[in-house]
Design a protein around this ligand. Structure first.
Ligand code: PAF
Length: 282
């Protein structure tokens, strides 16, 4: 496995892979890989000739008060994981090469997809995500790109980005990977102390409470939301950023549960903002 740090070098490699008609599976990451990322790399490995994992901590998707400076980084560990999982390349470009001083072109997703859920408290976040992915896709030229369903809004926005801009890559969503007790895997889980780690279970458990209500026949989203919010508020270390029940395709809020509904939430546990969701199928 090779670690490629230069954009031009990655482009040359991708070009020659294309000439040899091999497929490229890409897993875009910001590093500090966990089991969620591993499942994406495994999936990419199963279904492509060549696997490229990008490790790039993208500054433009972080707000001024977010954790860019403190975000965990460990390229050596990430590279080892990628190698063990059979990746062919780790693409780790330099921040200043990706965004030189005169960089001025951004890809801005539609407001209807960004003025809900995570987009509300993270203005500019999805603009940063769409801009970096457009650049990464253009450099690596993957046939398939793999994303976790944990970031369900990101998955939906990236699917729309690729469709709207006719980018020639298939976006493939992969199921949320969880710890044994149900907490969704995330690089941010490393910020939690023991007490917070226990409290963090409130995300998954409150979603399961909501799901239980739906399974018992309750379809009124207001009732379900109230029950989830009350459940979370019982946990002293938890502070809700949002809890929403929305249509998967449009992200519009809905009044009655129907097929393809998402229950999604972001909750602060102490200072750490965690997300989780469930896709409800009827
Ligand atoms: O999900 C992430 O880790 C990032 O948003 C992504 C897709 C790698 C873009 O920087």
């Amino acid at each position: 496995m090779q670690i490629i740090t230069k954009i031009e070098k990655m482009q040359q490699i991708s070009d020659s892979i294309k000439v040899s008609r091999q497929s490229i599976g890409m897993v875009p990451t910001m590093g500090y890989l966990h089991d969620g990322h591993k499942s994406l790399i495994k999936k990419a490995r199963e279904n492509n000739d060549i696997v490229v994992v990008s490790v790039f901590l993208n500054p433009i998707q972080f707000g001024p008060d977010e954790d860019f400076e403190n975000y965990p980084r460990d390229l050596e560990r990430d590279a080892k994981i990628c190698e063990e999982l059979g990746a062919d390349y780790v693409f780790h470009p330099d921040k200043d090469d990706m965004y030189p001083r005169d960089f001025s072109t951004f890809v801005v997703p539609g407001e209807s997809m960004t003025n809900v859920l995570c987009g509300v408290s993270r203005p500019g976040h999805f603009r940063g995500v769409c801009t970096v992915l457009t650049k990464l896709f253009s450099i690596v030229r993957p046939d398939n790109a793999y994303f976790g369903e944990k970031d369900i809004q990101q998955l939906s926005i990236v699917t729309k980005l690729v469709s709207d801009l006719n980018l020639r890559v298939n976006i493939i969503g992969c199921p949320i990977v969880r710890e044994e007790d149900g907490l969704a895997k995330s690089s941010r889980n490393t910020y939690l102390n023991d007490e917070e780690r226990k409290a963090a279970l409130v995300l998954r458990n409150s979603i399961l409470e909501g799901k239980k209500l739906i399974d018992s026949g309750e379809m009124d989203t207001e009732v379900i939301l109230k029950s989830i919010v009350n459940f979370i508020n019982e946990e002293p270390l938890a502070k809700i950023d949002y809890v929403e029940i929305v249509d998967f395709d449009t992200f519009e809020k809905i009044e009655k549960i129907k097929d393809n509904t998402i229950i999604a939430m972001a909750v602060y546990i102490g200072k750490t903002r965690l997300i989780d969701n469930i896709l409800v199928r009827i």
